[in-house]
Ligand binder design. Sequence first.
Ligand SMILES: N[C@@H](CCC(=O)OP(=O)(O)O)C(=O)O
Length: 520
Amino acid sequence: MARPRHGPSQTIVIKLGTSSIVHETTHRPLLSTLSAVVETVVHLREQGHKVVLVSSGAIGVGLKRMDMAHRPKSLSGKQALAAIGQGRLIALWDNLFGQLEQPIAQVLLTRGDISDRTRYLNAVNTFRELLSMGVVPIVNENDTVSVSEIKFGDNDTLSAITSSMIHADYLFLLTDVDGLYTSNPRKDPSATPIETVSSITAIRSQVSTSTLGSSLGTGGMETKLIAAEIAMAAGVTTVITSSKDPKNIFKIIEYNNALRSGSTTPLEPQSGRSSPVTASSSIAVSNVPTPDPLTTPILGLPRPPHTVFKPSSVPLRDLKSWTSHTLFPSGSVVIDSGAHHVLSRRESGGRLLPAGVLGVRGAFASGQAVRILIRRRTGVAVVAKAEEHVQSSIKKYSEELGTSAPNTPLLLASASATSSISVMDPELEVAAIPALSTVDEDMTPLNTLKVLPEEDQVLVKNPSDEIDDWEVEEVGRGLANYNSAQIDKVKGLKSSYIPQILGYADSEYVVENITIRIPP
Ligand SMILES: N[C@@H](CCC(=O)OP(=O)(O)O)C(=O)O
């Protein structure tokens, strides 16, 4: 491989959407764009970079081949067209890259292919091998066999997952606009470009992405934001820029490399935007008045038009990234608010103790991916207050049980000793302690629980005890250490009860490798 002449060797994923590959109405290949991409990729290779291309366009090319005006509505129709078009698409790429003697490889993936850890690692190894051989892998979704459960759905997401798999430095989402705008610049003259994004959550409230996207592809700005979020979390610098001038990729890399080396000058007006927009906005989603190093023009280097999404400074470990983004979850574990708080802290290591589990939804095996859900606040009403001595005894029991519910004030929610007992936090969120009837009295501290006199009990209105009726919200994903029935048996308990209840204990944690995407 040639030695890098422009900074260190980097791994770069370039994604080209359907609208950049075939004409929206004639479906003719956009040869000048494709040729410019090929020249850019080959040049990047000559600079010592490793490049992966994620290419949409199979259905678009299939439409042209069959002389059809519109994408079919049916799944089988789309799959058939993708089968027709993919061969021609890869032949076209091979032809163009072949002119510059650059070998390519076709990699067709579905989410199902990489849901299994072994197959995922095989795919990673294949990428690694291809890149070390100096080949440019060209990735697309294997549309012909994809069904909804195993579909990435759009190539923006596929490109982000690919970037995460190969620990890419950059993901370039090339599209028909030169960056992210506050609204669609083709329709709204007041649309303002956004140069830097550090938080997808914050940016969502400032942009309208609904109107963006062509009639051919499935993506659009919304899927680009989802992709950027995945890639950022994996530590990949993500860029949205125009496919019309792929050579901008050099300038953008050079610009960002220069920024990292610290050669910045004071803020100046940006140049080079091709849109009718006048005022560029550095919605870095922070109100910090000091110049943002990622948006500050570099001495002698005008800022090329693009939006850059800053990578997370603490990228997800590979296994966590795999768990959160590539796996199709088989079921769900509902956790309490205390566990949610704990899991949102780095020190938790993304591991969930049974004490924080409220219940389980669906059936899953040990080792499978699960959704981590929290029960939404239901506005449950407390109709009476406990006396102080009742509060302290419940506090004691909840501590013995290891429940992570907050301690004060604690209110007894049971009307009888044989039904379940719950404690409530000050914000009225229910945290359940397992029903007395489900736990053998001999092996739990519950056998020390005295039946409280009726007058000491407090009635808390709980809309439903059926977990399937709870209003829940997904906050993360993880890998189960036990199956759904086992986790249901040990929910709410200290880990030391696992061997007694299950007959063995592989781990004191019921779910591991948890990534919390929505913190409390
Ligand atoms: N896999 C499909 C492309 C999926 C899709 O539409 O992606 P995109 O054009 O990037 O929104 C194909 O090759 O036609």
